[in-house]
Ligand binder design. Structure first.
Ligand SMILES: [Zn+2]
Length: 191
């Protein structure tokens, strides 16, 4: 998806990789004292946002719903007690909370829909994803808060299938001049 307005790009040389350059702001909050917060800024180029299908019984899943779930705070409670992370301030091991925000948006943002699950058996989730063709607003997920919407339009889709272990890729791209969509499919035919 390509951003429309409200660019947060900083000055940097333009190369293909830079079109996907993103900075993510990570925030870790101590489980014993919520005022103990450590923060980290990490750069990604390219950046993929891996979105989970939380409820595979749904017939259709809105992309904004998946994005919202991706940026929710997560309590890290799957550690054994001795493996719990230590707070850098009080030095106590506790179930901390992780949250991330986008500090710098890319020109093109990429979402990867995680369709393969491995437990209790390997299978591919085939739920259709309902995504907006225009005006996907990413402003709720940026820091510092933006008072303006930060909008993206859909410009390409890359699809893999039919199974988790085999298949091939095909792509749909939108011509920026004509606005028409094109299918790119390198399917091999038997001789
Ligand atoms: Zn602490």
């Amino acid at each position: 998806m390509e951003i429309l307005e409200g660019l947060k790009q900083e000055d940097h040389p333009v190369g293909v990789g830079q079109l996907f350059f993103t900075k993510i702001h990570y925030k870790k909050t101590c489980g014993k004292d919520a005022s103990h917060v450590s923060e980290n800024l990490i750069e990604f180029s390219p950046a993929f946002f891996h979105l989970q299908i939380a409820d595979s019984s749904k017939s259709s899943i809105p992309l904004p719903e998946m994005i919202e779930a991706h940026f929710l705070p997560v309590v890290m409670d799957d550690y054994k007690v001795n493996d719990l992370p230590e707070c850098s301030i009080c030095k106590v091991r506790s179930r901390h909370t992780d949250q991330k925000f986008i500090y710098q948006l890319p020109t093109f943002i990429m979402f990867s829909i995680v369709r393969c699950v491995h437990l209790p058996r390997e299978r591919r989730l085939v739920n259709p994803i309902d995504f907006p063709l225009e005006n996907l607003d990413m402003s709720p997920y940026v820091t510092p808060k933006s008072s303006n919407p930060l909008l993206y339009n859909l410009v390409a889709i890359l699809q893999h299938g039919p199974t988790c272990t085999g298949g091939h890729y095909k792509a749909f791209t939108k011509n920026p001049k004509s606005g028409k969509w094109h299918l790119h499919n390198d399917v091999c035919r038997p001789r």
